[in-house]
Design a binder for this molecule. Structure first.
Ligand SMILES: Nc1nc2c(ncn2[C@@H]2O[C@H](COP(=O)(O)OP(=O)(O)OP(=O)(O)O)[C@@H](O)[C@H]2O)c(=O)[nH]1
Ligand SMILES: [Mg+2]
Ligand SMILES: [Zn+2]
Length: 322
């Protein structure tokens, strides 16, 4: 983790609060925001990531001979959320680290978030030991059918054990209740582009003034309003991390037999399967498949489970975006 060739002085510890991919801001222990970079030879052993340093990382910054500040060390991470950088890539991308909570922000339309995306995100959070919750935003736009769908999602995910919030960032609905839950925690706001992550953070933190998308841009696929990740302190304690929207959520590093460990309701049921290494795909004595058939386990969750399994078993072949 250290650059052996270079000599550094004036070592300080801090937290990465802004990360553009090439430039960083580290808040050091005395509260100073230090702009810094990393040297090309800076590498972390073990994980192949497109970003060696993530927002939320606790780091050491030091001055080099050129008098500029560099991140020279990453202190051990408590946890992190990671996704495959792109469909065909073997590299991964760390969204943020040292989290108390990952809030997946979704919306029902403009844009709509597929349940496979939700489930992949939640499974990744389980795998990396980050508690997760769901925030279904833009409730000011919902008609009767949308409310029904939102309530069905709430029932489904609450039963599994995830907290679910309904919010409107622009009409200030559900914000106070969400804020109450976030107080004192370091929370990542993740989700598709355009679901309202930055708008929600603006509603939760007076004066945050994050850039948000224009209504007219919502339908343009591939436009990301937020282009770097940033951690903002909550006045009540804790912090919120805003990141650019992600289009797909590729899972990574799972063994096929452990995928069900990251679907809590499937995992609970699997205790009744005849074989300990059951993958719940038609093995004799499987308890999960009958539970899906009698609606004890949701079809959509099981479909998401299978999609991750299929992707792993396809190995390096073409990977589906979802
Ligand atoms: N009607 C309605 N519009 C919202 C709400 N929240 C956000 N929007 C709008 O949705 C658009 C996208 O909001 P952003 O906050 O930029 O979305 P984002 O998730 O940060 O998007 P990226 O930064 O691209 O990932 C903007 O036009 C917002 O005004 C909401 O609760 N209701
Ligand atoms: Mg944004
Ligand atoms: Zn089984």
């Amino acid at each position: 983790m250290k650059n052996k060739k270079d000599t550094y002085s004036d070592k300080r510890e801090g937290v990465v609060i802004r990360n553009t991919g090439s430039a960083y801001i580290v808040k050091t222990e005395d509260g100073t925001d230090v702009p810094c970079r990393i040297k090309g030879n800076f590498r972390i052993k073990g994980i192949r990531t497109t970003n060696p340093v993530a927002t939320g990382d606790r780091v050491v910054v030091s001055k080099a001979a050129d008098d500029a500040d560099y991140i020279t060390e990453i202190l051990p991470r408590k946890n992190y959320i990671i996704r495959r950088a792109s469909n065909l890539s073997k590299e991964s991308h760390i969204l943020a680290s040292n989290l108390d909570l990952a809030a997946l922000v979704i919306s029902l339309r403009e844009p709509s978030t597929p349940t496979t995306f939700i489930d992949r995100f939640l499974a990744t959070a389980e795998a990396y030991s980050v508690p997760a919750c769901l925030v279904i935003n833009k409730c000011d736009m919902w008609d009767e059918d949308d409310w029904e769908l939102a309530k069905a999602l709430e029932t489904l995910y609450t039963q599994i054990g995830y907290k679910v919030f309904f919010t409107s960032a622009t009409a200030d609905l559900g914000i106070a209740m969400l804020l109450e839950f976030l107080k004192g925690k370091v929370t990542l706001f993740a989700g598709n582009s355009g679901v309202g992550k930055s708008s929600l953070i603006n509603a939760l933190i007076p004066g945050a003034d994050l850039k948000t998308g224009k209504i007219s841009d919502i339908h343009h696929t591939g436009t990301h309003t937020t282009t770097f990740s940033e951690m903002l302190p909550l006045p009540e304690g804790g912090a919120l991390i805003d990141i650019p929207g992600v289009r797909g959520f590729g899972t990574i590093d799972f063994e096929p037999t452990e995928v069900s460990h990251y679907f809590p309701e499937i995992f609970r049921k699997s205790a009744e399967c005849r074989y300990g290494n059951c993958k719940h795909t038609g093995e004799p004595g499987c308890a999960v498949v009958p539970a899906v058939e009698n609606h004890e386990i949701s079809q959509s969750r099981y479909a998401s489970y299978l999609s991750i399994l299929e992707e792993l078993e396809d190995g390096d072949k073409y990977r589906k975006p979802f």
